[in-house]
Design a protein. Structure first.
Length: 773
């Protein structure tokens, strides 16, 4: 019997199963060879679809039968053929459709007894039938003396090893299936990714920096010296043999380009490195960084710089001659983002870290491309402390086994080295990175960057929003920023500011939070920057999403009491380029009359911050420019709150890791705790058109991609939540049936979307503003 893997419109175009198995095997071997598992990659490719030789699966291809388990057969064969050495092969074969399950005896016993997945039927009653067909196709099992998967007993590392082989298999499977479909349907094939070309890229960056220096020739000499010092130190670190680094540098010191220079120089020193992955916490700085990098590499091939996040591909691709070229380029970039097949990837913390702990094929397929890469984490202080130990463990394993270079950069470097002993429980090397800068250089940089002084409001001196608004509008400055801890309070202060102005003056008031859809935020940020540059009145009320990496500069900023790293990040939006010289910018830290905090540790950490600031001497309290102040703060934080090991999430993940439970680990490892849904809002003509269009065409991938720009993330409503009154599910048209989406919603006619503050969310849906979107 001739067996097939995939069907096509015409029977003569069906793909033979042998062809598919060999193609996947060859490609998986190529991917897994990057970390010394080429033979296992090849075997995984051969056996992953072994069950498709079964008569029931072949009948399914002819439209007879459904829910056929074709994956358990390959897992069984891995254990039967290779014994304990085939353990990892069994896990990845069994999970290549359903996702990785559990590396536990009870689960492996089900594989050995060929227990089908729930709700499915095995493709064949006899394994001999499958093995005979496999042999008749001229296929055989290669020898495997030793598995790359050596269970160390440190389950966080062991599970990452399984995910890496799994990634090589599922990406190969996706790519070969896609190639077959595109061939028979005469669609454009995926293009090969450009090469990193580190020497040429480094030259392009050098020219870009020289051009910037010429353009900003009037930049104060102390700022220029600070940026030159940082760049020189990064280039020196790139030539060392170290693979794990920290970079502590003040805001405005040129970290974005200096980190890129480090990565390219490091790639020149280590030619096996094939890509640079930049990981950032918020979409606004992802997009900001992508614009900078695209300018640096604008002479390089299409697809050299790829963004991967929820809004990737929603902007027009600049520089294309026509709409068809734009759409084609955007399509190719979306394909490359699926598996990070590009020289430079810019992504979010959510995408990167949750993929490292994922179990689903679509999320894991990119992981093999993290091997032999340089990963640059900017704004490292945003990593939740309850996830720190397991995150550091995974990164340590990437450094140790997969030749990945890791950099943690921020102006407020967490004392993660203090967690070294805890991480040793989960990985072999713990977490002991090297600083790119000497302590002397760090102190010099932060001293030279003394551009802001802090004024600390007493705990008992509580300010009403009226008083905060008066201080923002007073003091002789025409521009001020205030960062608040919750979105509800940000709305209240914005309204208070407006009430103190004439209608003509209110165009100088701005609000910035994730109650505004991404396109709304983009538009307002452009207006804000234009007003700041033109020295026009500009008063901005924002939540935490403005703090990290956003390139704006106010003469004075106000910050509600918060964790110390958040306060310092807000100060980084003040006098950023020392434009007030010889004067300093001012960061006022105050207590609102009604103090509110996001859920979790935020309030407790703020209390530690208050206590710590009170213990500092006057100079340290006014300037906070000694790196040791930040280091001591984090150490005290871990001691006082017993963070991160006291968190329930930490304990839940530990329990799942100890059981090698891939499903539960993936469920528990979440940077954003809330279960969010997308609510499309009527912002601008485009937003309104999208809301009208979905009623005609139904929810589809193209619509949802465009709608991301015009949607607000809200917590999934529970029964009785007031927000349900302003939401209606987006329709899905499936054949003649009309279904309703569980994740996409449209604003109803009674929803209020304000041009200044965005969505008016009914009480009960206010939450921390750290979302990716």
């Amino acid at each position: 019997m001739k067996c097939f893997a995939h069907t096509a419109r015409h029977r003569e175009d069906w793909e033979p199963l042998k062809t598919h198995l060999l193609n996947v095997a060859v490609r998986a071997r190529q991917f897994a060879s990057a970390f010394g598992a080429g033979v296992e990659g090849y075997i995984a490719g051969l056996l992953h679809d072994l069950g498709k030789y079964g008569i029931r699966f072949q009948e399914r291809l002819h439209g007879k039968g459904r829910h056929i388990d074709h994956w358990t057969a390959g897992a069984w064969a891995a254990i039967k053929q290779y014994g304990k050495t085939g353990r990892c092969l069994a896990l990845v074969a069994q999970g290549h459709h359903l996702g990785l399950q559990q590396d536990h005896k009870s689960f492996l016993d089900k594989i050995c007894t060929r227990t089908p997945s729930p709700g499915t039927t095995l493709s064949a009653d006899s394994m001999n039938e499958l093995l005979q067909q496999f042999a008749e196709d001229g296929l055989s099992w290669p020898a495997l003396q030793k598995s790359f998967y050596n269970r160390t007993g440190k389950s966080c590392s062991d599970m990452l090893d399984v995910r890496m082989l799994f990634s090589a298999l599922v990406d190969a499977d996706y790519l070969e299936t896609e190639k077959f479909i595109n061939t028979v349907e005469v669609k454009p094939q995926r293009m090969a990714a450009p090469l990193l070309q580190a020497p040429q890229a480094f030259d392009a960056l050098t020219r870009h920096i020289a051009k910037l220096n010429t353009k900003h020739g009037n930049l104060r000499s102390d700022v220029a010296v600070m940026r030159a010092t940082l760049l020189e130190s990064c280039l020196a670190a790139a030539k060392t043999s170290q693979k794990a680094f920290t970079l502590s540098a003040p805001t405005g010191s040129g970290k974005t380009l200096s980190m890129l220079a480090f990565a390219l120089q490091h790639a020149i020193e280590n030619p096996d490195i094939s890509r640079i992955i930049v990981v950032l916490p918020f979409l606004n700085i992802v997009e900001q960084t992508a614009l900078v990098y695209r300018e640096v590499f604008k002479g390089f091939p299409n697809g050299y710089v790829i963004e991967h996040h929820s809004l990737a591909g929603t902007r027009s691709t600049e520089g294309r001659d026509n709409d068809e070229d734009q759409e084609s380029a955007a399509y190719r970039e979306r394909l490359a983002a699926e598996n990070w097949d590009a020289p430079v990837i810019i992504t979010t913390s959510v995408q990167f870290f949750e993929s490292i702990f994922a179990n689903r094929p679509s999320a894991c397929r990119k992981l093999h491309n993290v091997a032999r890469s340089i990963v640059l984490f900017d704004e490292a202080q945003t990593l939740p402390s309850e996830l720190a130990i397991h995150t550091l463990t995974a990164l340590s394993r990437l450094v140790e086994r997969y030749q990945t270079t890791v950099v943690f950069a921020t102006a407020t470097q967490p004392a993660f080295s203090a967690l070294h002993q805890e991480t040793l429980k989960w990985c072999a090397q713990g977490w002991s990175p090297s600083s790119m800068l000497t302590r002397e250089t760090e102190t010099q940089l932060f001293g030279n960057a003394r551009r802001v002084r802090f004024e600390w409001g007493a705990k008992d001196d509580r300010l009403s929003w009226e008083a905060v608004a008066d201080r923002m509008l007073g003091g002789g400055h025409k521009q001020a920023l205030c960062v608040i801890n919750t979105k509800k309070q940000a709305h209240e202060l914005t309204a208070c500011l407006c009430s103190k102005m004439s209608p003509e003056e209110r165009d100088s008031v701005f609000h910035f939070s994730t109650d505004m859809c991404p396109q709304h935020r983009r538009d307002r940020l452009t207006e804000i920057k234009a007003r700041l540059d033109a020295h026009q009145p500009c008063y901005l009320v924002a939540t935490q999403c403005i703090e990290a990496g956003v390139d704006i500069s106010f003469p004075v900023v106000f910050r509600a009491w918060a964790p110390l790293e958040a306060i310092i990040q807000t100060a980084g939006r003040c006098n950023r380029n020392n434009e007030l010289f010889p004067e300093k910018g001012i960061c006022h830290v105050f207590t609102p009359i009604e103090e509110k905090f996001p859920m979790g540790f935020y309030g407790s950490v703020t209390a530690v911050t208050r206590s710590y600031v009170e213990s500092l001497d006057e100079e340290a309290k006014v300037y906070l420019d000694d790196p040791s102040v930040i280091e001591t703060y984090y150490t005290r934080l871990y001691d006082v709150l017993n963070q991160p090991t006291s968190a329930k999430k930490f304990k839940d993940i530990c329990e799942a890791l100890e059981g090698s439970d891939f499903i539960t680990v993936a469920e528990k490892y979440r940077l954003i705790e809330q279960d969010m849904v997308n609510l499309v809002v009527p912002y601008g003509e485009e937003g309104r058109q999208l809301m009208e269009a979905v009623h005609k065409i139904g929810l589809n991938a193209d619509w949802s991609r465009k709608a991301q720009l015009y949607s607000v993330a809200v917590r999934r409503p529970r029964p009785g939540d007031p927000i349900r009154d302003i939401m209606e599910p987006a329709p899905i048209f499936k054949r003649s049936e009309r279904l309703e989406s569980e994740d996409w919603f449209l604003c109803t006619a009674n929803a209020k979307y304000d041009e200044l503050t965005g969505l008016e969310v009914p009480h009960g849906n206010d939450f921390c503003d750290f979302c990716e979107v």
